[in-house]
Every structure is written in structure tokens, then in C-alpha cells.
Ligand binder design. Structure first.
Ligand SMILES: [Zn+2]
Length: 50
């Protein structure tokens, strides 16, 4: 049996999130939840900081 692997690069699994309130930018592999600075919500902003 062929051993099929479908593994993405670890760095490619991270997404960039921006705080909707203060604009704080965080890179994480899962949603960061609330902003540590202002308790605002984060929005995923893919491929915007290249
Ligand atoms: Zn914030």
C-alpha cells in the first residue's frame, strides 16, 4: 500500500488575525479569541501582509 501523506508546512497553517477594535495584529494557528489589549474580537485577514 502506498503511504499517502498530505502534510502542509507548519508555517502555512498559521493565519493572521486583526483586532476589529484597536487593529492589533496576531499570527496564530487557531483563532486567538479576544484581543489582550482591548478585549475586542479578532477577524481573520488572510494574505494581507506580504
Ligand atoms: Zn484590540
Amino acid at each position: 500500500m502506498p503511504h499517502h501523506q498530505d502534510i502542509a508546512d507548519d508555517t502555512e497553517t498559521q493565519s493572521t488575525y486583526e483586532c476589529l477594535v484597536c487593529g492589533n495584529i496576531v499570527r496564530a494557528d487557531s483563532h486567538p479569541g479576544e484581543c489582550p489589549d482591548c478585549d475586542g474580537g479578532f477577524q481573520n485577514r488572510a494574505m494581507s501582509l506580504e
